[in-house]
Design a protein around this ligand. Sequence first.
Ligand SMILES: CC(=O)N[C@H]1[C@@H](OP(=O)(O)OP(=O)(O)OC[C@H]2O[C@@H](n3ccc(=O)[nH]c3=O)[C@H](O)[C@@H]2O)O[C@H](CO)[C@@H](O)[C@@H]1O[C@H](C)C(=O)N[C@@H](C)C(=O)N[C@H](CCC(=O)O)C(=O)O
Ligand SMILES: Nc1ncnc2c1ncn2[C@@H]1O[C@H](COP(=O)(O)OP(=O)(O)OP(=O)(O)O)[C@@H](O)[C@H]1O
Ligand SMILES: N[C@H](CCC[C@H](N)C(=O)O)C(=O)O
Ligand SMILES: [Mg+2]
Length: 498
Amino acid sequence: MKLLELIQPLVNVQIIGEGNPDILRVMADSRSVQPGDLFVAIRGFTVDGHQFIEQAIQRGAAAVLVEEVQGELTVPQIVVPDTRRYSAILATLVYNHPGERISVIGVTGTNGKTTTTQLIARILETVGWKVGVIGTIGIRIGHQQLETSNTTPDAVSLQKILFDMAAADCRYAIMEVSSHALEEGRVAGIPYHMAVFTNLTQDHLDYHQTMEAYRAAKGKLFSRLGNTFSSSRLQSAYAILNADDASSEIYARDTVQEVITYGIEKNADIRATHLRILPEGARFRVESSIFGHSEVVLSITGRFNVYNALAALTVACVEGVSLEEAAQALSSVAGVPGRLEPVVAGQPFTVLVDYAHTPDSLENALSTIQEFAQKRIITVVGCGGDRDRTKRPLMAGIAVQKGDYTILTSDNPRTEDPESILDDMERGIPKEERQSYERVVDRRTAIERAVAMAEAGDVILIAGKGHEDYQILGRKKIHFDDREVAREAIQRLLETRE
Ligand SMILES: CC(=O)N[C@H]1[C@@H](OP(=O)(O)OP(=O)(O)OC[C@H]2O[C@@H](n3ccc(=O)[nH]c3=O)[C@H](O)[C@@H]2O)O[C@H](CO)[C@@H](O)[C@@H]1O[C@H](C)C(=O)N[C@@H](C)C(=O)N[C@H](CCC(=O)O)C(=O)O
Ligand SMILES: Nc1ncnc2c1ncn2[C@@H]1O[C@H](COP(=O)(O)OP(=O)(O)OP(=O)(O)O)[C@@H](O)[C@H]1O
Ligand SMILES: N[C@H](CCC[C@H](N)C(=O)O)C(=O)O
Ligand SMILES: [Mg+2]
């Protein structure tokens, strides 16, 4: 596409320099620029992309999109007020509105996004539709697996991924939409067919500052639902909301599209009753005046997973899958990596690795374990560095209150002092609980310690990192997998006992 044709729909644009080159792609990272790219200089949280303009031109950039007029360049410069947001629009245009060639289902909320997207994918695939999935544990296009670094990729990568999914004949793109992504406009230009809300509890206050701002960021998915850039296609869209979460009322008011609710406690369009939470899974009955009723048997447990399953069932039913068939598909889900994932290595106690990294998710994981634990619950937990500090004392307080013994340890300390993160956590533990916890800053040692103290019938919860196979210490990323470390510790323990 010619540069001038590409930027024609944009407003507030200044063009400097001669020429009208062909633009093949939009690229925000100078290191990946190829000849024919439009390089977008984004002022980031760590570096300013304007620094890399020369490098991008050397690599063959045909034009640059900037916020500030640059000195003389050998390629045209397009000056706009906000390159981050404009890059989303340009990527949509370059890839010719990929979001309109595939039904995009967005899932947002503090907890449960990964699990819910995986459950939706399973149901839609079971009935025979090809899907793409984008989220924390990676990107999948049919059977092709790709790595990711963010839950929701940057705007430019996202449009390319949707393009590839549409080209691979996926009928659906099921994606996690983080509050960061909504705030930064990474998903601008995606005409969501469905917007699903799981829940809203505390997280990311380092970024959003207040819960109101955090709620408002997530709300953009609902207030913009049904909007498209191109007027050629007006589509009907649905907001799928959790009736038991207070924020849903606000989101329901904010959307002009059809609202369908799911829940357990309050009246909802699709509701779970007769819940039984068992160690090996959950059973419940679904009742809906719209979609009928069915029994559901899940191999994943916890009341919170009943909510995730209800959200997935609602999406499937809206898409025309029968409730019966959707429930059947869910029963075949063995588990989601790093979500209450058991480590089984012949030990007489239970070890569960879980991605609980917020106060609410930790509370839920521990409440679920309480329902089936026969003896003690030993919790190994840490909090990420360079992230929301206010959740640290809350998480430590919950661990000590709900479990029997807690080992406070490091998560991904990043550039913070690991001991000072533990200090922040410890502040949430009442003095009289001094006997029920200890600090072991090294995560491997902490896991080994938990394994060494466990007795038959105990449950160890290793929380915070779930599927992650790395640990970030300073600016270094080392290989670290809670499941591997626990397995090795158990094996060593069993060998010494033989
Ligand atoms: C705060 C935030 O949103 N940060 C994200 C953001 O970084 P940034 O825009 O500040 O980028 P930067 O690193 O300062 O670089 C600025 C620009 O220079 C470019 N650059 C940089 C170096 C170079 O040599 N050449 C070059 O062109 C970069 O490509 C970028 O365009 O854009 C980067 C590239 O897309 C992301 O990787 C990065 O995520 C960081 C790693 C991060 O941790 N983000 C977290 C806060 C996050 O977004 N999390 C949510 C999940 C939360 C949840 O689960 O609820 C997520 O969606 O992932
Ligand atoms: N519906 C839910 N409500 C509350 N807690 C949940 C729910 N679903 C999962 N959890 C808990 O939260 C943890 C993270 O779950 P999941 O990865 O599905 O959420 P997420 O929203 O994708 O998280 P992230 O924001 O990191 O991407 C799980 O390991 C579990 O402990
Ligand atoms: N999506 C979450 C992941 C947190 C995982 C935890 N292990 C950490 O590193 O803090 C975030 O960006 O806050
Ligand atoms: Mg996720």
